[in-house]
Write a protein that binds this ligand. Sequence first.
Ligand code: ATP
Length: 297
Amino acid sequence: MTVLAFENIVRYYRNGHNVLDGVGFEVQAGEVVGLLGRNGAGKTTLIQIALGVLRAQSGTVSVFGLDPAVDPMAVKQQVGYVSEDQILPEFLKVSEVLTLHRGLFPGWDADLEKELLTRFEIRTGAKIKELSKGEARQVALLCAVAHRPKLLLLDEPAGGLDPAVRREFLETSIQLLNDAGTTILFSSHYMTDVERMAGRIVMLHSGKILVDDALDNLQERFSMVLLPLEDGMTEERARALPGCIAVRRRNGSIHAILRMGREEGLQAVRQAVGAEGIRCETIPLEEMFIELLGGQP
Ligand code: ATP
């Protein structure tokens, strides 16, 4: 079942270029999609359009078959949302924020609320302004998930959180996912988090989708070959290898990023340069991000 569908979304701001310039993809029930892109690529803009907070100048978005700009309340009932700069009412106590949310969502799960309060060790008597950034985000996450949404939209939810809290935060999201088949779209600059959580990657670049693929497939499409500097290997020769998209010199060897999988890459390089002692490895997502998006503004 399609939970979220963007079709040919175009969005620009006044006097600006198209931040989103024909973006389209669908997210199926139970999928966990990592939305990646450099600063300013339009991730927040896209998530805001899914929430109905922003409208696209053209194109359509549907959440559970509804247009969030037309039917915001019906959509919000089924969606949980957490962002980096989400502002909870500062002068309210945590307990008051929870009461507010309980009233807003008929599907509020009091047991889950209790479990998360214990797990995050949240002080319900404290005012929001008395909490640290990370503690306030935990309250926001609790509010986003305790009504058991069918779709979770997370916009850079882990920014500014310490590694232990980030892990806890992710595990909470994953647990919810496992329990209820929740669909998740999340943007993040923490590639290790994305690798842990996402089954699929959507990369935005220059207003378009540069990559939309399962994480496993992506890792099968790129590899890095390590070439010893002996045998007359130079950066120039490495750059001429089949499928080579980037070259770096590291610790007495040359690293060449290839647009092909590990096995294929190894064969191609052996054929091209006949070198012994070369190795070919899969590329961590962070390297892939830098190679695919890093060089371009
Ligand atoms: P980041 O990774 O830094 O959070 P992002 O991918 O979420 O970035 P957006 O926040 O969607 O990017 O911004 C995309 C572009 O739209 C940026 O160039 C930004 O300057 C511009 N933009 C966003 N909001 C507005 C606004 N209210 N008015 C004008 N321009 C805006």
